[in-house]
Design a protein around this ligand. Sequence first.
Ligand SMILES: Cc1cc2nc3c(=O)[nH]c(=O)nc-3n(C[C@H](O)[C@H](O)[C@H](O)COP(=O)(O)OP(=O)(O)OC[C@H]3O[C@@H](n4cnc5c(N)ncnc54)[C@H](O)[C@@H]3O)c2cc1C
Length: 383
Amino acid sequence: MDYLLTDEQKMIQELARKIAEEKIRPVAAKYDQTEEYPWDIIKVIGESDLFGLFIPEEFGGMGISVLNLCLATEELSRACGGIAVCYAASALGTFPIILFGTDEQKKKYLPDLSKGKKIAAFGITEPEAGSDASAIKTTAKKEGNYYVLNGLKHFITNGGDAEVYTVIAMTDKNKGARGASAFIVEKGTPGFTFGKKEDKFGIRASSTRELIFTDCKIPKENLLSKEGMGFIVTMKTFDMSRPGVAAQAVGIAQGALDLALKYSKERQQFGKSISGFQGIQWMLADMATEVEAARALVYSVARMVDAGKTNVSRESAMAKLYASDVAMKVTTDALQIFGGYGYMKDYPIEKYMRDAKITQIYEGTNQIQRNIIALQLIKESMK
Ligand SMILES: Cc1cc2nc3c(=O)[nH]c(=O)nc-3n(C[C@H](O)[C@H](O)[C@H](O)COP(=O)(O)OP(=O)(O)OC[C@H]3O[C@@H](n4cnc5c(N)ncnc54)[C@H](O)[C@@H]3O)c2cc1C
């Protein structure tokens, strides 16, 4: 399908595809196996300016573009969903600073983030507060010129490897959801440590760790926006970042489809290629159609965000929901086309199925996306 991309957008797509094919694909299995953080690839992505795609020009980037972020994330994910999320999660950690940071905060953090010299992360989830983010217990108490953070975040992507963290903590427990605030916390701040690295099912090249705050003193200047804005910061951030998760899902699905198509032409049974069987052809046709439908939805939501439309929660949720469900279905069908070989780790396809699963879970599970969409529908129907 022709999405009428500009020359610049096509260039970004081609650059990300080149990095994916030449640098990521050859090492994807290795990083999946070792669970090492892919610093060498992050360096390449940084040197290619892809971290600048979502950062304003005046702070070293190439201008904020969610579509550009999606194009790059999709291409990187086509080769490895795990390495791609190290990149996309840095955007997740950076968006709060872009959207709500002061000029000082932007000047301090964005130039290095735009070059990939530093990586960002975003932390809201806690052991008892996943889908119900309002249950977070981490506190930030104002003491003179500082906030003192205490508590624990878990399942944080880029945790331990990132230098810059956007963290949501309660400044006033009595105010419920209006008592949460967002802070920038730098790695190395006394009282800020990391828990164990999680041993995961998929996206194993990415790191997932606990963030532990023990009387962690941060300057009051590290508050993002105002006290009480923590959940607004989170929601507005997710509106911008969920198309990125959706793009990751599209990339994983496309990557699996590419492999399944190639394999179906090579694998001989009953004296001919399995691609000659209508049963396989219809699977391929459905997979290709679903991937294209997901891509079309993701690009149009990204374009809406880039055009400045503000209330995009429903559309961002739809893109994330649909694309991730497509990724799960397409990767499962791709494995089916590989038959028994697909079930073996010697073949690359099972990794795609494992990597796809997380896109239905993080940045709000797909049940939560459905809640967001339904609530909006009902609200609008009452106008
Ligand atoms: C690999 C990985 C990376 C992650 N990265 C980050 C990160 O960088 N930053 C961060 O802050 N968090 C991160 N997360 C956390 C992630 O966003 C949460 O895991 C997710 O929001 C779900 O929370 P939970 O795991 O506590 O599940 P729960 O909230 O306990 O949900 C369990 C089940 O109940 C369902 N459920 C819950 N409430 C409802 C409801 N109201 N209606 C219907 N069904 C419901 C859920 O959909 C799910 O199926 C990451 C998680 C993983 C696994």
